[in-house]
Design a protein around this ligand. Structure first.
Ligand code: GUN
Ligand code: FE
Length: 427
């Protein structure tokens, strides 16, 4: 992903550790061929970079791009609607009927245009995306995402049981379509790649899971799914897979967990399941807005961080209504406070700095060296004009960033956005 070389001058802020955000006021972040070369005080910029084009962002904040590691593109059409049910009823009442529409390529074209345009203008630089079971519609989504310059993993969904007739495949057809799709799209794009996407255990038979395990190995692709989101779901999986020692084992048995797998939610993971996630290096996508709106529960993210699990944030549209990663950060902090107050005072609430780390480094690391302004990291950057949030009192850049975390979706205007060194069109 060769990109441009240039210098961004502004208030450069990034996570120097899980708990600390560093800021160089009026500093220079150097992008060399799409990769970050480092951050310097303006007066200390090394001579080798002095000749590069310099983009002066004035008093703006310059922060790493954000990664949304769990979002359903086809559900963007009904975001903010039908938020009155729990997961399994919500899927049957709203989600499955909507996703069935994507058999119609014309509908998919129109719907995905809106989703991709909004994602392009958002703070999200990289995303891990669910499509639907339909291969043609999923290719439309991939083509559109590629055209934006964002980096994404996109999944054709697999579903061969407990699904309506309008949104189900036979086991063999599902595996065969997945193979053909992978043959078609692997290596076709610069910034878009396929990800295996068994919807969740209730929608996928053990037979198809087994095939997907083979396919994962054969094509060497990442995996995404849902895990331990809702109490009725967890109970149902216990009935569907009595052989599995925990819900996570129903994926792990088929080789579907690992450092290239994202499991959304993990609200009700047992001790054994947490240990399985840790041992396999599986990513947890924390989706606080969805967990709240679907009344699923509150995931113990503090515990996952303490125990060394890999964690990032997801919007989980349309379980969550908002695509905004600012909103996801604020919701992660708020949810952790409620958990601390109501559930478990042994787990301290998340700080805004930790939420910022989750949105940038935590999720970004699923894509490689992503989410920091440090040498060797891919250069994903947001130039943020927060003047709409200004008051009578001058705030430090870190205070302004803290305010963006909580108010960004209403007052942080992006003036520039770079992904792997490429300037993204925000129009
Ligand atoms: N579990 C299975 N499918 C879905 C989905 O579309 N959204 C959420 N939040 N959970 C799921
Ligand atoms: Fe989801």
């Amino acid at each position: 992903m060769a990109g441009e070389s240039f210098v961004l001058k502004g208030n450069i802020c990034w996570s120097s550790s899980k708990t600390e955000v560093e800021c160089v006021e009026g500093g220079c972040a150097v992008c060399a061929g799409g990769t970050c070369a480092g951050v310097w005080e303006a007066a200390e910029l090394p001579d080798v970079y002095a000749g590069l084009p310099l983009i002066d962002c004035g008093d703006a904040l310059v922060v790493p791009g954000m990664s949304d590691i769990h979002v359903h593109a086809p559900q963007y059409t009904f975001r903010g609607l039908g938020m009155d049910r729990e997961l399994l009823d919500w899927l049957n009442a709203y989600t499955f009927p909507e996703e069935a529409r994507y058999r119609d390529l014309d509908y998919a074209e129109r719907a995905y245009t809106v989703f991709v345009d909004d994602l392009r203008r958002s703070a999200t630089c990289r995303a891990v995306v669910f499509g639907t079971i339909h291969v043609p519609a999923t290719k439309v989504l991939m083509n559109k995402l590629e055209a934006t310059g964002l980096v994404s993993y996109v999944g054709k969904v697999n579903m061969d049981r407990n699904s309506p007739l309008s949104l189900v495949e036979t086991s063999q057809a599902s595996a065969a379509a997945t193979r053909r799709w992978l043959d078609d799209v692997i290596g076709r794009y610069e910034r878009t790649a396929p990800i295996l996407t068994p919807r969740f255990t209730p929608s996928v038979t053990d037979g198809l899971m087994k095939d997907l395990g083979w396919i994962r190995e054969e094509f060497d692709v990442p995996v995404q799914s849902h895990l331990s989101e809702n109490l009725s779901e967890v109970k149902w999986v216990g009935e569907l897979c009595p052989w599995a020692s925990c819900y996570g084992e129903a994926y792990n048995f088929f080789g579907l967990l690992g450092p290239r797998t994202v499991m959304a939610h993990c609200v009700y993971s047992t001790d054994d399941e947490v240990e399985l996630l840790r041992r396999t290096g599986t990513y947890v996508a924390h989706c606080p807005q969805s967990n709240t709106q679907l009344a699923s529960g509150i995931a113990p993210i503090r515990r996952y961080l303490d125990e060394g699990l890999s964690v990032g944030l997801g919007s989980d549209v349309a379980g969550g209504a908002s695509l905004s990663m600012w909103r996801a950060m604020s919701d992660a902090v708020a949810a952790s406070k409620l958990r601390w107050r109501l559930v478990d005072q042994a787990l301290a609430p998340l700080t805004w700095q930790e939420a910022f780390w989750l949105a940038t480094v935590g999720g970004g690391s699923f894509f490689g060296f992503v989410g920091k302004f440090e040498e060797g990291y891919e250069f994903d950057a947001l130039v943020v004009d927060d003047s709409a949030l200004a008051g009578p009192r001058d705030l430090l850049p870190l205070e302004r960033l803290e305010r963006c975390v909580h108010l960004g979706s209403e007052g942080a205007r992006l003036t520039r956005k770079y992904v792997a060194g490429r300037l993204i069109d925000l129009a």
